[in-house]
Ligand binder design. Structure first.
Ligand code: TMO
Length: 320
């Protein structure tokens, strides 16, 4: 009688006494590592490291897998990878919508950051090409953007991300040719070189990013984005073609997860939903690496050290 009544209390007492000595790992619902996708731009990589460290702190194991933003979807859908911490509307909305509709991936919430991904030029180019940032000014000065590869057309230097730039050029009848950079470092190198020689350049850039801290410049103003622009040819200035518009100017930035993550690692998923960065935080993280030479890990660790109160609050009380 005594024992059966008191047993629950004894168990509670016992676990209370012992729990501080148990490793954090005992709190993870599964020993299997959470696989986090590393894409190929700086803020995404730093945020991935921050996320991994937060999960470690909660007792989870993590792994990274490098995937381009176009190759990531299959891995997420099949459960080979489980988290992508920066899904940008301007480049990834189409695949995001399709994958959510398929049910393979789930939305893990939206960052506060508002994003824009678009053709961009440094300040001094405005003097070389009057009428910018209006896109209609581009054709009259296509020649000043031309390179050996593109002459007599202007060069538009794109990134390796999912964007139908050639279709946009065709739909807006621009006298430009797309040259695709291998990665963001190539974009920054071309920007520095062009600036040094005061040469015209227009390339794929985005915000928040480190560039805005170091270079003044502008996005090209294309016809305003509308979802119909990408699905209904009749929409917009060109009735025959899709993509006759720019990217969203206040785009979303989302986190996505493998659909079974909430069952397999419930506390990690709840925490992922709370992880939230704004424009300023993202731009300064990117600047630490691309401007100030820190490694991705160093930038992540420094941020975690300085912002403990903030990120510890992202872990729900029931998971601590
Ligand atoms: C996905 N990106 C931020 C490089 O445009």
């Amino acid at each position: 009688m005594f024992l059966t009544q008191k047993l629950p209390i004894l168990i509670v007492l016992f676990s209370f006494l012992v729990s501080p000595f148990l490793s954090f790992a005992s709190k993870a619902e599964s020993e299997q590592p959470i696989n986090i996708i590393l894409n190929d731009w700086t803020s995404q990589i730093v945020l991935s490291h921050i996320t991994a460290e937060i999960f470690h702190n909660m007792g989870y194991k993590t792994q990274f897998t490098q995937k381009t933003s176009s190759a990531q979807w299959g891995a997420l859908q099949r459960g080979l990878s489980h988290v992508q911490i920066e899904v940008w509307q301007g480049t990834m909305e189409k695949m995001y919508d399709r994958m959510i509709a398929n049910g393979g991936i789930i939305d893990a919430g939206t960052h506060d950051a508002l994003t824009r991904e678009e053709w961009w030029y440094p300040d001094y180019v405005a003097e070389l090409c009057p009428g910018l940032p209006d896109w209609q000014a581009l054709n009259a000065c296509a020649h000043i953007f031309s390179t050996q590869e593109t002459s007599p057309k202007g060069r538009y230097l794109s990134g390796p991300w999912e964007k139908p730039e050639a279709a946009k050029i065709r739909a807006l009848n621009l006298n430009f040719k797309v040259i695709q950079a291998k990665g963001s470092n190539d974009l920054w190198a071309e920007l520095a070189k062009a600036k040094q020689h005061k040469q015209a350049i227009v390339f794929f850039n985005w915000t928040p990013n480190w560039v805005e801290a170091k270079y003044k410049g502008h996005f090209i103003e294309f016809p305003d984005y509308h979802a119909d622009c990408e699905t209904i040819p009749e929409w917009g200035v060109n009735p025959k073609f899709l993509h006759d518009c720019g990217n969203p100017k206040k785009g979303w930035l989302k986190k996505v997860a493998w659909q079974k993550m909430p069952i397999k690692w419930p506390c990690a998923f709840k925490t992922l939903k709370n992880i939230n960065f704004d424009n300023e935080q993202l731009a300064s993280l990117a600047l630490e690496v691309d401007g100030n030479g820190l490694t991705y890990q160093q930038a992540a660790k420094a941020w975690l050290r300085k912002n403990q109160r903030l990120w510890k609050n992202w872990i729900p009380a029931s998971c601590q």
